[in-house]
Ligand binder design. Structure first.
Ligand SMILES: [Zn+2]
Length: 57
């Protein structure tokens, strides 16, 4: 598990492993995978594939 139970910001469905998600985020200034993981946890907003396809966000 990369981070604690992320949820879709539209339907609040829990994102499961291997789900396709869209991440809405500001691109981090510092690069590096560790930083990106921490950054996603703090700043990332997830949209599940279903909501993304419906364009309801
Ligand atoms: Zn959703």
């Amino acid at each position: 598990m990369l981070w604690d139970k992320p949820k879709c910001i539209v339907c609040e469905k829990e994102i499961k492993e291997d789900d396709v998600v869209v991440v809405k985020m500001r691109y981090p200034k510092r690069k590096g995978f560790t930083e990106i993981k921490a950054f996603l946890r703090n700043e990332g907003k997830f949209i599940c594939e279903n909501c993304f396809n419906n364009k309801s966000y």
